[in-house]
Design a protein around this ligand. Structure first.
Ligand SMILES: C[S@@+](CC[C@H](N)C(=O)[O-])C[C@H]1O[C@@H](n2cnc3c(N)ncnc32)[C@H](O)[C@@H]1O
Length: 296
């Protein structure tokens, strides 16, 4: 059976240009400057704006079809592409000031072994003082507990040939593996459910994230609560909050509410790099808080 990533043209309908997501990762890259590795880059939605902003970008993905789409979209922009599995990869001799894994793509990493392999691979490719930044939504226990027959709306958009396309999903959650077995149903006005795509998404609860990160020898240094997109597939709306942690693990200050993503640090200045960060790869994670909608 085909997966979502075999049809990048349809992926792009449901995951269009997202200025908030773009601003978030641009500001993260500006903190360190230099080279960026965009893991699970998809069709290049972030790699291309990062390259246009002057970063030296390597865009990597497991899917040849997504990479092909990204290559076409990047015409005239300097981006290096690599086909790899982020759970265990080696780009010999290469390091990056920033490595990003955007739009919940880390949920494609599922077993503990795979998380270890992923974070170890990332750590090997971080320059001294380099930073991993990624986002993941906070699992909704209400959603995970809903009936497998219940349909939930994911989103819609306009496809160049098919016109308006909408997507619903059903979910079946396995609480032991914490893997959510999702099916997406694609419809147009002319044809309901013309395509079904299965997907497995590991649900990562906030308190386990530092442990998963540590399993690969890295350290969580900053955690943000954020809405990556008002149009996100979980129907997220919200504000930005940031709680920075010292190596002691204690918050320096209470979480701050920031009204807009562009209030996050931006503008080319590198953050001071504490000696502990230079030795140990560090990670930053943005969590999005979901709301649930159902299809009647
Ligand atoms: C939700 S998409 C995100 C794409 C892109 N970051 C964006 O913001 O649009 C997830 C991507 O992860 C890729 N992917 C899934 N498993 C992967 C793996 N093990 N290694 C590398 N990429 C993977 C898929 O091919 C897909 O392009």
């Amino acid at each position: 059976m085909q997966t979502l990533y075999d049809r990048p043209d349809l992926y792009d309908v449901i995951a269009p240009h997202d200025p908030t997501l773009e601003a978030f990762y641009l500001s993260r890259a500006r903190e360190r400057g230099g080279r960026v590795l965009d893991l699970a880059c998809g069709s290049g939605r972030l790699s291309i704006p990062l390259a246009r902003a002057g970063f030296k970008v390597t865009a990597a993905d497991l899917s040849g079809a997504m990479l092909q789409r990204a290559r076409q979209a990047a015409a005239g922009v300097e981006v290096e592409f690599a086909e790899l599995d982020m759970r265990d990869f080696d780009l010999p001799g290469r390091t990056f000031e920033t490595i990003i894994v955007a739009m919940n793509s880390i949920l494609h990493v599922q077993s503990l072994e795979d998380f270890r392999g992923f974070f170890q691979s990332v750590a090997r490719h971080l320059a001294p003082c380099g930073r991993l930044a990624f986002d993941a939504f906070v699992p909704s226990v209400a959603l995970l507990g809903s009936s497998p027959e219940q349909r939930h709306p994911v989103g819609d958009g306009v496809h160049e040939a098919l016109g308006r396309v909408s997507v619903d999903e059903t979910i079946r959650y396995d609480p032991l593996t914490q893997i959510n077995h999702v099916d997406w149903y694609w419809s147009t006005a002319a044809e309901k459910d013309f395509w079904r795509t299965p997907m497995q998404m590991r649900q990562i609860f906030p308190q386990e994230m530092p442990l998963l990160i540590a399993s690969g020898g890295m350290r969580l240094v900053e955690r943000l609560g954020t809405s990556t997109s008002a149009r996100s597939r979980r129907g997220v709306t919200g504000r930005f909050a940031s709680a920075r942690r010292h190596s002691s693990g204690r918050p320096r200050s209470a979480p701050r509410l920031l009204a807009r993503s562009d209030q996050l640090r931006r503008g080319g200045q590198s953050e001071a790099c504490p000696p502990s960060s230079a030795r140990l790869g560090t990670a930053l994670c943005a969590f999005a808080y979901p709301t649930i909608r159902t299809v009647s």
